[in-house]
Design a protein around this ligand. Structure first.
Ligand code: ADP
Length: 423
């Protein structure tokens, strides 16, 4: 199928999030991990390429994005979407602005929008200022992010140093006037030479208006939620047919493994809730792993009934994580956990696991790499931004869900299994 929208995401779980929201429409969505090495074949209406460029040097991020763009163009895409984090994770160098300008130059367009709002997950934009829940971005925990500390909440001020052309705003009052008013405002800004337009949105209904008003632009940029209305709009334009049956995938048998390497507050609650319902569980400790290796956990796993969906987790509270990092160093502690969870994924697959529930962005990257997965088809949504996906590993059909740290509710691990059983 010719690709209608070609999407490029700057990290892995962000790509799954976008793919999941697009698939809500019933459209066929494929996710590729990295730029595919082979020419496009069997492409979906919506193609998402997951890069790992959020904090890469600008030149590397731009070069990788150009390669992804070339692949998507070869797949037939004439419209493109640049997906970044709903908290606008970037530094004063980039990579949001430089990548957008590189894509604009490739496409030959002189205007795009910036809309990282994700109302269902508490991200909203008012008068160009980004909020996380009720807190301005710069007062939210993002102010202390180790790689991209966000110390300003104003998207125009954040974007301006990252781009060479003018930055403007279409505010919430204009959005409230409807799609035609927003389209006119975009045209007025273009005539005044404004290439980069931040657009306010506080609710899903704002996103519908903005997507409608800007769908003629060959490049849109934002979080995942602004892309959500696009499939229905494209269907109304006659660009594709939405057919939920088309997106149905065979659900593999119920042998399940749950692997958690995320230490976020929500994942801690999810692990506690899963243990509280009596699920078999094994806790990994980086210090024990460093001393004694992986025999303990692999031995435990070999004895498990995968029909009971056992959990292997490194998830720990901040004090325990800090203690392990003090002794081993942050990188070594992280690598030990990622390596052992990767080994567990392979062992579980070889023992018959066909459903994988994985928590943690980095952890998801490590596990998919270990399983040798390069293309994921997107299925039913478990929580906002977290779908089931379907893929192949060593000749086996697998269902895989990849959850970034703070997504999902407390019952995510059991709920994920219920969702798959029902689909
Ligand atoms: P999130 O999506 O919550 O950020 P990630 O998987 O991206 O989760 O990151 C968590 C990181 O913390 C991984 O590198 C993981 O290996 C590491 N980690 C997990 N558990 C521990 C622990 N108990 N001690 C130290 N590091 C840990």
């Amino acid at each position: 199928m010719t690709t209608v929208l070609g999407c490029i995401a700057d990290d892995f779980t962000g790509a799954t999030d976008l793919a999941g929201l697009l698939a809500r429409s019933g459209a066929k969505v494929s996710l590729r991990i990295g730029v595919p090495t082979e020419a496009p074949k069997d492409t979906a209406a919506f193609e998402v390429i997951a890069l790992k460029t959020r904090t890469a040097p600008v030149a590397d991020a731009v070069a990788e994005t150009r390669a992804a763009y070339a692949w998507l163009k070869a797949a037939g895409a004439e419209r493109f979407f640049w997906k970044y984090c709903s908290t606008f994770d970037s530094t004063s160098e980039g990579n949001i602005g430089p990548v957008a300008e590189a894509l604009m130059a490739e496409i030959g367009t002189d205007q795009t929008i910036y809309c990282p709002a994700f109302p269902e997950n508490g991200r909203s934009i008012f008068m160009g200022n980004l909020f996380v829940g009720e807190q301005p971005l710069a007062e939210s925990p993002m102010k202390d992010h180790p790689l991209t500390p966000m110390r300003d909440s104003n998207l125009m001020r954040l974007l301006a140093p990252q781009v060479t052309r003018d930055v403007g705003l279409i505010n919430r009052l204009k959005v409230a006037e409807g799609a035609q008013a927003v389209r006119t405002a975009l045209d007025d800004l273009r005539n005044a030479g404004t290439a980069h337009v931040v657009v306010d949105a506080v609710a899903n209904s704002d996103l519908e208006i903005i997507a409608d008003a800007s769908r003629h632009l060959p490049l849109l940029t934002g979080g995942s939620a602004i892309a959500m209305p696009l499939p229905a709009l494209y269907a109304a334009d006659g660009l594709l047919e939405l057919n939920a049956a088309e997106a149905a995938y065979a659900v593999p048998e119920a042998q399940t493994i749950v692997l958690s390497g995320s230490c976020s507050a929500m994942t801690n609650a999810q692990v506690a809730a899963y243990r509280a319902i009596g699920a078999p569980a094994y806790q990994l400790d980086p210090l024990t792993l460093a001393e004694k290796g992986t025999d303990g956990v692999l031995g435990w796993l070999a004895e498990q009934n995968l029909g009971q969906a056992p959990l292997i987790y490194a998830t720990a509270d901040p004090a325990s994580v800090a203690a392990a990092q003090d002794k081993l160093g942050r990188e070594r502690a992280g690598a030990l956990i990622e390596d052992v969870l990767s080994a567990c994924a392979i062992a579980a697959r070889d023992a018959g696991a066909r459903r994988f529930i994985v928590a943690g962005g980095e952890t998801s990257g490590a596990v998919t790499k270990a399983l040798g997965v390069s293309t994921l088809a997107i299925g039913a949504e478990i929580a906002p931004g977290v779908p089931w996906t379907f893929c192949e590993s060593a000749g086996h059909a697998l269902a895989l869900t990849l959850k970034s740290g703070n997504f999902g509710s407390e019952t995510f691990f059991s709920h994920a299994q219920t969702v798959l059983d029902a689909s």
